[in-house]
Ligand binder design. Sequence first.
Ligand code: HEC
Length: 93
Amino acid sequence: MERGCYSCHGNNAEGMHVYPKLSNRAKGFLTYKLKRFRDKISDNQQQEMMIAFAVGLSDENIDNLTTFLYEFVEEKNGKKYDDSFKSQGDGGS
Ligand code: HEC
């Protein structure tokens, strides 16, 4: 998924914190929501965040995104979050 959707909705669009899960949700529902955001309609303050990301989407983008999300299958053995993080310093205790 392009356009930074992952940064809020999670690497597998599984959602986190206040950001809803998007994967495997009904295509019609997701389309409806994205078109509403694109029309700058939001029901609450959190949804205002989405408007900035939805305004640039064309009908085709929305169709592609919602198809992708609806059909989304998490890779077997679920991809782990990046674990290459290295702690600072020499680790002397
Ligand atoms: C800045 C963080 C952020 C980014 C980036 C973002 N979203 Fe969201 N998104 C949200 C929040 C917050 C909500 C809903 C809040 C609520 O309804 O309470 C939301 C809701 C949604 C919903 C409605 C889901 C539902 O259950 O109501 C869809 C669909 C969605 N986002 C798709 C996307 C797509 C596609 C992208 C990439 C183009 C994207 N989002 C990028 C924060 C973000």
